[in-house]
Write a protein of this length. Structure first.
Length: 428
């Protein structure tokens, strides 16, 4: 099959789970094309992304190809002056009169900005590549693009929901649920929310787990395990609960002076967390590594005594889905401590293959850390059971097959009744 992945930015460091699926689909012989609304700003991204470079199309490139030189200049000027230009929207409408004339501006411009006007060019590219299914990686703007382009091309579309794109930023949710052929989500927790709060028909939902890349993991030696290394791997964001992790570590390190806590990742809370570390006099014990490659992350996970991720629900409703780092750690047989938040209890069976605590409960987090640090046999037993759980329920083969099976059903249903292959200008 020819599958078009619609993403907001590609490649992106914190979206390993999407890349893992794409890479596996490619290995299965499917042709994967990426249509990205924006270009990457990360300096570090995973090696698998390189394999998709030739099949990645950026909205801005398509726009420039179809725009005259005068309009290119006006467009660039409009983008540079957007913050203080009172006629920015009218300027964009003037340049891209086609979408404005079709009435899309009134409904979607606030969310999609100029990228809305790139969609006719993207739609024609989808047709030329004979795309079978348009698939959006998230429920936010990505699925809005997919929905509009499905209407333009008559190519069926599907999309995924994970966490923020379901609970915080899920624009036009009712319309997307109604028009999408399938909706994939990562947990029963999410499925319940979709059915009970958004009235999505259960028959339209497929629970597809996040999977780790076992090929990468299996290349990492597990022989260098340390007994004093605590690790967190995540974006430094409020939903990760790292302030509680640091406070809990401050309690435990008083009894184990040899402990080290390494925090991998970057984000808006780095300054606040660094300030907390300094206030607690932990600067020699806690280090921030920033963004590093996936291979470096996996090597540190393999060395760690514990992977710690005490997730919380933010004030705006944002929360974790099922963090990839926890799945990778469990596959690498590294004991994990997390929270009873969102779909995490569907991964961690408390007391069996990891520990769960109540959100923000520093004493519980510290207690579980002490228990694991003091009992090597418990760590080994939990690690073995953790790998079994990931192998059984979070393996990439079974979960990507859920995508393939649904897409085959969709394309069979659509055969013979679609206008697919007609140029956008002839459709709308």
């Amino acid at each position: 099959m020819n599958i078009a992945y619609i993403l907001n930015i590609f490649p992106r460091l914190y979206q390993t789970f999407i890349l893992n699926d794409m890479a596996h689909l490619k290995r299965q012989g499917h042709d994967i094309y990426v249509f990205s609304a924006g270009k990457p700003y990360d300096n570090i991204f995973h090696g698998d992304a390189v394999a998709f470079s030739e099949n990645t199309v950026y909205f801005s490139d398509l726009v420039n190809e179809t725009m005259g030189k005068v309009n290119q200049y006006i467009f660039k000027f409009a983008l540079r002056t957007k913050k203080y230009n009172p006629i920015y929207e009218k300027t964009i409408q003037y340049i891209f009169h086609e979408m404005s004339n079709k009435g899309y501006d009134k409904k979607y411009f606030k969310d999609l900005d100029w990228r809305l006007h790139a969609l006719p060019s993207v739609a024609n590219a989808l047709i030329k590549k004979e795309i079978d299914v348009i698939h959006a990686g998230f429920g936010s703007n990505e699925s809005t693009y997919a929905m509009i382009m499905s209407e333009m091309t008559r190519i069926p579309f599907t999309f995924e929901t994970h966490a923020k794109d379901l609970f915080v930023k899920f624009p036009f949710a009712d319309e997307k649920i109604r028009k999408a052929q399938r909706l994939f989500t990562i947990s029963e927790y999410n499925k319940k929310y979709l059915t009970e709060h958004l009235r999505c028909p259960p028959s339209k939902i497929v629970v597809k787990r996040v999977s780790c890349n076992r090929t990468y993991c299996d290349q990492i030696s597990l022989k260098g395990r340390k007994d004093n290394l605590i690790l967190s791997v995540c974006r430094l964001d409020s939903i990760k609960g790292l302030e509680y992790a640091i406070e809990a570590f401050s309690k435990v390190v008083r009894k184990r002076n040899d402990l080290k806590y390494v925090i991998i990742g970057d984000g808006p809370l780095r300054g606040d967390l660094a300030g907390q570390v300094e206030r607690l006099s932990l600067s020699e014990k806690v280090s921030f590594r920033g963004n590093i490659t996936n291979e470096q992350v996996l090597n540190l996970i393999a060395q760690a005594t514990i992977v710690l991720m005490p997730s919380v629900i933010a004030q705006n409703g944002d929360r974790d889905g099922i963090p990839t780092a926890l799945i990778e750690a469990m596959y690498m047989k590294t004991p994990v401590i997390s929270s009873r938040v969102s779909g995490i209890p569907e991964l961690i069976d408390d007391g069996m293959n990891g520990f769960l605590t109540e959100s923000g409960d520093v004493d519980q987090i510290a207690g579980k850390m002490e228990r694991l640090l003091s009992d090597e046999s418990l760590r080994t037993r939990m690690g073995d059971l953790a790998r079994e759980k990931v192998d059984r329920e979070f393996n990439i083969e079974d979960n990507v097959n859920k995508l393939i099976s649904a897409w085959k059903d969709i394309t069979s249903e659509a055969a013979g009744r679609s206008n697919k292959g007609t140029a956008f200008q002839e459709i709308v």
